[in-house]
Design a protein around this ligand. Sequence first.
Ligand code: URA
Length: 244
Amino acid sequence: MSVRLDKYISDFTDMTRSQAKKAVRDGKVSVNGEVVTKGDEKVSFSDSVFLGGLEIRGADYQYMMMNKPSGVVSATVDGEHKTVLDCVRSGVDQSSGSPPPYVAKDLFPMGRLDKDTEGLLILTDDGPLAHRILSPGRHVPKKYYVELDAAVDEKDMEKMRSGIDIGEKRLTKPAKMEILTEHSCYLTISEGRFHQVKRMFGCLGKRVVALKRVEMAGLELDPSLAAGEWRFLTEEEIAYLKGI
Ligand code: URA
């Protein structure tokens, strides 16, 4: 597939078509290392298109994984706090070491983590895929590493398995708890209720002091990503997500 350069730019950035045309005319765009000043030049996904030093990645959709740091909100815009999209824009694709590309127009985090929660967040502009994976009936598993202010034991494990009354209509669905140390464990849940993990442990009289998502929908957080870092998903990871 090949399209006009100005259309390609407006499709894969937040620029309008006329802003894209002007950027090309002003000599700000390069294709495969050469400055191109004609908007009707044809480009395809295999071409390397840069605007003002940032790569414009043309693809049907963008898919990224981030190790969300604490203190950042899982939103696209926020008047007060840094967002996960700010992290994408100010970061580097860790799989290629490339400068940040233009972020897709409609990129959003697939699900939310609390501001003080760290770990795996998938970002995409593929609305249908996100809708499918996040739909409540799908019960996609999410695994969290949890640190607590009190010791955890086998009784807690059993309560998590049976479901907890967190003050809503229904008990929580069975959750799998794996004890790691006296004060830490993994908890795998298959719902996404508000502050769910903290509330579940709260009902057992324990306070969560650190929370990190390590797995979601069968995708593991890449251990090489430090807090705040992100990378594009691999073709295999994208195919896997599309297949579930
Ligand atoms: N459960 C919580 O309590 N917080 C999160 O961020 C995610 C799950």
